[in-house]
Design a protein around this ligand. Sequence first.
Ligand code: GAF
Length: 390
Amino acid sequence: MSGSSETVARSVAERFEQLYGAAPDGVWAAPGRVNLIGEHTDYNDGFVMPFALPHTAVAAVARRDDGVLRLHSADVEGPVVELRTDALAPGSDKRWTAYPAGVLWALREAGHAVTGADIHLASTVPAGAGLSSSAALEVVVALALNDLFGLGLRGWQLARLCQRAENVYVGAPVGIMDQTASACCEAGHALFLDTRDLSQRQIPFDLAAEGMRLLVVDTRVKHSHSEGEYGKRRAGCEKGAALLGVDALRDVRYEELDAALRRLGDEEEVRRLVRHVVTEDERVERVVALLESGDTRAIGPVLVEGHASLRDDFRISCPELDLVVDTALGAGALGARMTGGGFGGSAIVLAEETDVPAITKAVEEAFAAAGFKAPRVFEAVPGAGARRLR
Ligand code: GAF
């Protein structure tokens, strides 16, 4: 699926009509995201700074009023799946359909009279690459249902419901960053988000105007949040907050970090998790300040610090991600780090435009020499958040 959004909307609508025998009521799109900085801070009530990718999940949708939900995806083999809205139950579905069905369940559970839908989905967000393909699916369905049933919910409210769908219906203990990024990002900007109250600031982020580029390197090592490691990190952070007597690690001030770590005594693993989260929140604030003062190149070393913290303290990197970062820096990148949940997925590289070919070549050669699968490298320009296409 590629082309202008009008072409994409038309082809997704045509496929809908073939599947369901009538035109959809509309077509919507929601993007995947890259996180510039602020990793594993969102479930600690902290700060994040994602931006939207041009890659989107697109949904053609028609409203139904008979309690039936029909789902089809261009990206998964198989026929239309038919479910009853009143039979949707958390944990009952282990397929891709749990994401869109979970959104409908969450809306109904929150008291919204959503009485069914026919949905056809198609996505260009790479799956399992740490670029929020699941959140894009959730948000596009939430936005479509919001419009078709006249719910009047704002982007951040849809994000909360999508997070609930993923936490409870799908069973993945994710934070709120990805859904909010998909729902609320704006083209040409990164989103500075306080995940405690979802207050936000759009920060202009136009690297091309300053002769720089941001590359995404998908290592093609697949990751999944429903597997245990993400949940273990989250539980460790919650334990740290409880031991320190705060609601969330966001409440541990950076200036008081050393004292807090001393209070954790011999809880070595918890100390490492706490140190990552508290220093990462500080790094987000530093990046915001640098971008707002026009010192964009200076964010490079902050990204590198973030990677080291995720690798050494949070321990969620992997050899492929480390190789991207080390190779890119060796080939002249301004900064680089893993992005997203970790254990695979993607890294980002900040570079002078003129250095991009040499860095890309160096990374590809390093992967080949290490015997790793060839990575997928592309440039990321901040795109628009979720929207109606037609
Ligand atoms: C994943 C989760 F879905 C997010 O909520 C966030 O925790 C991220 O990992 C790490 O920053 O993308």
